[in-house]
Ligand binder design. Structure first.
Ligand SMILES: Cc1cc2nc3c(=O)[nH]c(=O)nc-3n(C[C@H](O)[C@H](O)[C@H](O)COP(=O)(O)OP(=O)(O)OC[C@H]3O[C@@H](n4cnc5c(N)ncnc54)[C@H](O)[C@@H]3O)c2cc1C
Length: 425
């Protein structure tokens, strides 16, 4: 590429959101360039909730992802208190119908490479190692970006629309002053792999989350015999300069002792990474010629494994918005992205509300209680499975109970979300 080039759409970022958008746009015959700078650090293993599967099927990548070497299916997830005294095992098959019974655990490097390769196969031009540097504006309309190739060469890339799928870095929001941290959620995550982790007694394939007052720890078994372990604590609790694997073990002992005991027989393997400042929101999600999707639009906490689902769902919606707008008027205006903005905001309210609710010991006690009335249990499983992208049934079952619970425990954000969803129907 040299000088100035024009395409239909620029997608900034080659994570799950960027790859899904690239695949769908290219398949619709839209000239699409995906700028995939690559990850700054190891990502390790992650859980893809059951309702990621229909999106993978929609783009035609389900079989590829299932066949990746570390991919492991799992029918359930276990949540335990940090001291191990309480716990709930959620089986996805127990969700409100139609239940999708299987989550899959993936290694993110394999998953991201497979999705990007798939987008390329469908016709997207994937520029690996390329980064968007500066947005280009014509008054209120975004018209492209300056981009940098892996050798440092800079070019001007113009487009009818730019999808910002740049993850936590939030390319546009950072450059434009729209990125704001959540002041009461200054967390850090240490993540890496362990080998020799004893199996989850409820289900050897299931992920386990230990929830403590000061943090939480997740263990995600993979098919290669390792387990991805992530610990999230207050950012100030992490000692600088200490080896990260040692720090993870020390902090686990302090905030989730049952997890530390469980991991005592296991050994850290490979690189550990520290992720900080991930809780943020973008104050503006779309405008003439642009839209922010996935983590670029906002993120609170990985506790419920919802990040990839939200990112892929918003990206698929934004791709639809672009295809529709270009076919109608050959440009994409702010209003054309209204469905994506509404979807992103509603998913943020829902899941961020649930994460905040789980910080309330009274709600946590209910969440970890073994016995629940059948329908509320099924509704909760639907939420945990990611069944939030269709006019689902979960809120019908859960809403009255949540409102009652909210009255007792002041869980207002979640109650408000539930009520809004009910009244929109
Ligand atoms: C500790 C931790 C554990 C998690 N575990 C889970 C889990 O188990 N399940 C789950 O669903 N979610 C999990 N998440 C969240 C999940 O990782 C994210 O929500 C998801 O990756 C978001 O996808 P994305 O495509 O929006 O962004 P990303 O996956 O971050 O992809 C963005 C890409 O854009 C690139 N980029 C950035 N700036 C530029 C630029 N200027 N030009 C070009 N490229 C650029 C980045 O390098 C990156 O490759 C976890 C998050 C954390 C912090």
């Amino acid at each position: 590429m040299s000088g100035v080039r024009s395409v239909d759409v620029i997608v900034v970022g080659g994570g799950p959101a960027g790859a899904v958008a690239g695949a769908l746009l290219a398949r619709a015959g839209i000239e699409t360039v995906v700028l995939a700078r690559g990850h700054d650090g190891g990502r390790g293993g992650e859980v893809l909730l059951p309702h990621v599967a229909p999106i993978l099927e929609e783009i035609g990548a389900a079989a590829t992802v299932s066949g990746l070497p570390a991919t492991r299916p799992s029918g359930s997830v276990t949540y335990r208190s940090g001291d191990g005294a309480h716990g709930a095992h959620y089986r996805f098959i127990e969700a409100l119908p139609p239940a999708l019974p299987t989550a899959i655990h993936v290694r993110r490097d394999q998953f991201d490479a497979a999705l990007l390769g798939h987008a390329r196969t469908l016709g997207a031009e994937v520029l690996e190692g390329w980064a968007a540097i500066t947005p280009l504006w014509d008054a209120e309309r975004l018209i492209g970006a300056t981009v940098r190739d892996p050798t440092g060469g800079e070019y001007e890339l113009r487009a009818r629309a730019l999808l910002d799928a740049s993850g936590q870095q939030s390319f546009l929001a950072s450059r434009m002053g729209w990125r704001f941290p959540y002041p009461r959620h200054r967390k850090a995550a240490i993540r890496g792999a362990f080998v020799g982790v004893p199996p989850n007694p409820d289900d050897p394939a299931a992920a386990t989350v230990f929830l403590g007052r000061e943090g939480w720890l997740s263990v995600v078994p993979l098919a290669d015999g390792s387990a991805a372990v992530g610990l999230v604590v207050e950012a100030t609790a992490v000692a600088r300069h200490a080896p990260l694997a040692d720090e993870l073990t020390r902090l686990a002992g302090a905030v989730v002792p049952a997890a530390a005991e469980w991991l005592a027989a296991a050994s850290p393997a490979g690189e550990f990474t520290l992720v900080q400042g991930f809780a943020h929101r973008a104050s503006r999600l779309a405008g003439n010629g642009f839209c922010l999707v996935g983590d670029a639009a906002g993120f609170l906490d990985p506790l419920l494994y919802t990040g990839v689902l939200v990112a892929m769902a918003a990206a698929a919606c934004a791709a639809d918005d672009i295809v529709d707008a270009l076919s109608r008027h050959r440009r994409v205006d702010s209003v054309d992205f209204a469905p994506t903005v509404a979807l992103t905001r509603s998913l943020h309210r829902l899941y961020f509300g649930l994460v905040r609710a789980l910080a309330d010991p009274r709600f946590l006690a209910v969440f970890l209680a073994g016995s629940r009335p059948l329908r509320a249990h099924a509704a909760m499983v639907s939420l945990l499975a990611g069944d939030v992208l269709r006019p689902g049934l979960w809120h019908r079952a859960l809403r009255p109970r949540l409102l009652k619970l909210a009255a007792r425990t002041s869980l207002l954000p979640l109650a408000r979300e539930s009520a809004e969803r009910g009244s929109r129907r």
